[in-house]
Design a protein around this ligand. Structure first.
Ligand code: NAD
Ligand code: TYD
Length: 337
């Protein structure tokens, strides 16, 4: 099978490419990535001879057409996206372009080249948020879409388009909506790697608001195994929620990271809250567990230890990132907060 992975030089996409090579060595993997600030070719360096890499923007009609013609994918898995909520608050437009128009462009080519199977990697953020004091409430696949940030609105728009291509054109599509991932190759603008990098440099650990917001954390490899099951055994037209059953307050994660790195909690600095900050995400993933037999393999304590160990062992990877353009980003986002 020829598997076309967009956004394969980013955090989850690259982990998925490694997962595919390990578990389906007979398949051909084609990676399409624009290499934005979030894409990193050094992540794929050890496997460059085992994959096809195309530096292409998913919005580029002509180039995507060429990629389909040359590499004849049997399935497309669309990870490519602008993915950071804080950046979407600063500049929504690029989120609309890549996340919506890019999705449409990929599906148009799936139609053109013979109704190729298409999987949209979506997010639990399309469901909005849940109250902190109602632990009984979880997002199911039937929860109405109700978005908060330009990021989640762009992802929700893409999901609606995917549904429309199924109903109008009969394109064989699936959608997965996953909770917060963590693990190797996570770009250091996101909570867990940012806190690890800052703690190691004895820099302040900027916690938004009171740190009471809750996310449901899933080790990235478990997200990859779920998507792999969906593209091979998932039912066309279905949405599958994916989640770790690991609801944790942000402040508790930051304290765990301090403890693991033997750094004082006095580094924790409460800063101005994110605009429109979602309070709590929590996923009911019983459908994919029941219908496809998926279960997460990594507990949160194991996963966090593996992640911290990975960042300690791979300083070159992230130190290079935070020494460049990231400095300007950090100053802009956190300088006066
Ligand atoms: P990321 O920001 O780490 O990586 C995104 C990748 O897409 C980068 O390699 C980037 O270069 C590439 N890209 C961006 N715009 C592109 C374009 N126009 N054309 C081609 N490539 C482009 O993101 P991530 O955290 O790996 O997220 C991957 C997907 O998973 C996204 O669709 C995101 O919405 C979804 N998701 C993420 C999480 C999470 O916790 N990170 C949770 C649920 C769903
Ligand atoms: P993030 O990793 O950006 O993921 P998302 O917003 O998609 O859930 O943030 C996770 C949580 O951590 C979110 O509630 C915002 C919070 N956060 C901080 O408190 N400080 C930070 O510096 C960052 C990046 C996030």
């Amino acid at each position: 099978m020829n598997v076309l992975v967009t956004g394969g030089a980013g955090f989850i996409g690259s982990n998925f490419v490694y997962y595919q090579l390990k578990n389906h060595p007979e398949d051909k993997v084609i990676v399409v990535d624009k290499l934005t600030y979030a894409g990193n070719l050094s992540t794929l360096k050890p496997i460059m001879d085992k994959i096809v890499f195309e530096k292409v923007d998913i919005c580029d009609e002509k180039e995507i057409d060429r990629v389909f013609r040359e590499h004849k994918p049997d399935v497309v898995v669309n990870f490519a996206a602008e993915s950071h909520v804080d950046r979407s608050i600063e500049n929504p437009n690029v989120f609309l372009e890549t996340n919506i128009m890019g999705t449409a462009n990929m599906m148009n080519h799936c139609r053109k080249y013979g109704d190729i199977r298409y999987h949209q990697v979506s997010t639990d953020e399309v469901y909005g948020d849940l109250p902190l004091d109602r632990p009984d409430l979880l997002f199911t696949e039937e929860t109405p879409i109700h978005t908060s940030s330009p990021y989640s609105a762009s992802k929700a728009s893409a999901d609606l388009l995917v549904g429309a291509y199924l109903r109008t054109f009969g394109l064989p599509v699936t959608i997965s909506r996953c909770s917060n991932n963590y693990g190797p190759y996570h770009f250091p603008e996101k909570l867990i790697p940012l806190m690890i990098a800052n703690a190691l440099a004895d820099k302040p650990l900027p916690v938004y608001g009171k740190g009471e917001n809750v996310r449901d954390w899933l080790y990235v490899e478990d997200h990859c195994s779920a998507i792999d099951l969906i593209i091979r055994k998932g039912k066309i037209g279905e949405v599958y929620n994916i989640g770790g059953n690991n609801e944790i307050h942000n402040i508790d994660i930051v304290k765990m990271i301090c403890e693991k790195l033997d750094k004082p909690e006095s580094l924790i600095t409460y800063v101005t809250d994110r605009k429109g900050h979602d309070l709590r995400y929590a996923i009911d993933s019983s459908k994919i567990q029941r219908e496809l037999g998926w279960t997460p393999a990594t507990t949160f304590p194991e996963g966090l230890q593996k992640t911290v160990d990975w960042y300690l062992a791979n300083k070159d990877w992230w130190e290079e990132i935070i020494s460049g353009e990231y400095q300007n980003y950090y100053e802009k986002m956190y300088g006066n907060r």
